[in-house]
Design a protein around this ligand. Structure first.
Ligand code: KIV
Length: 262
């Protein structure tokens, strides 16, 4: 555990950007790993982009473990991080038990959403020797209470709370911290305030690294793309194109074979 904290602190000192993407299945994980990504997160965004739920609040531990096992089978070099779903870390002891299940499923580290409020949970996980990635800012597991995916750090008190969260997760032993849709200026302040890398998603360019949901990056979930994402590919269009070509080829062939004498 200490080694991973040291490794990521050193990366930050050297100014090396941390790259992270999500994966939920074997082929995607293997392709990302072969591309040289640092971290593969089996995110609970699984619920939305793979399982078709409205948000991440319906994702179960069994679903996360099933997909973590698939990802782990495809990865040789990247760090596989398992995302602990809602209601699986209510108390520190439960957080440790859940984290151990992710490790048994093939993850090398875990993530859960929360800052100061979860310092004891995080400390229990890191004390158990399990590497931990923090997640502060917009917390999708609380989207319903928060009334949507809203930018965090707009007010002085929100900004101060975020900096306190970042310091708390660092003290509790996190090796890195995801900042989700945080005002870029505040993300920059957090980045300067702590010695572990900040990994931004929709939080500007001043973070020590970046993470994205792969489906957003490759255009595989065309029904919704967050404003801050610039897709690098249009995989959904390719799937539709290939499916249409197959349908046409198949129907065309049957039309030909039904012709008398053919
Ligand atoms: O679940 C997820 O994919 C995440 C990332 C958005 C950071 O938590």
């Amino acid at each position: 555990m200490t080694n991973l904290v040291e490794k990521y602190r050193e990366m930050k000192k050297r100014g090396e950007k941390v790259t992270a993407l999500t994966a939920y299945d074997y082929p995607t994980a293997r392709l990302l790993d072969e591309s040289g990504i640092d971290i593969i997160l089996v995110g609970d965004s699984l619920g939305m982009v793979v399982l078709g739920y409205e948000d991440t609040t319906s994702v179960s531990l069994d679903e996360m473990l099933h997909h973590t096992r698939a990802v782990a089978r495809g990865v040789k070099s990247a760090l596989v991080v398992g995302d602990m779903p809602i209601h699986t870390f209510e108390k520190p002891a439960q957080a440790v038990a859940t984290a151990k299940q992710f490790i048994n499923a093939g993850a090398q580290a875990v993530k859960l959403e929360g800052g100061v409020s979860h310092a004891a949970h995080i400390e229990a996980i890191t004390d158990a020797g399990i590497p931990y990635m923090a997640h502060i800012g917009m917390l999708p597991q609380h989207v319903r209470e928060q009334g949507g995916y809203k930018v965090k750090g707009k007010t002085q008190s929100e900004a101060e709370a975020l900096i306190a969260d970042a310091r708390a997760v660092e003290k509790a032993g996190a090796f890195s911290v995801v900042l989700e849709i945080v005002v870029p200026e505040i993300a920059k302040q957090i980045t300067h305030a702590i010695s572990i890398p900040t990994i931004g998603i929709g939080s500007g360019e001043q973070c020590d690294g970046q993470i994205l949901v792969t489906h957003d990056l490759i255009g595989l979930f065309p029904w919704f793309t967050p404003k801050f994402v610039s897709p690098e590919a249009r995989v959904a269009d390719e799937i539709r194109r290939a499916a249409c070509a197959f349908i046409e080829r198949t129907r065309g062939a049957s039309a030909v074979s039904k012709r008398p004498g053919v």
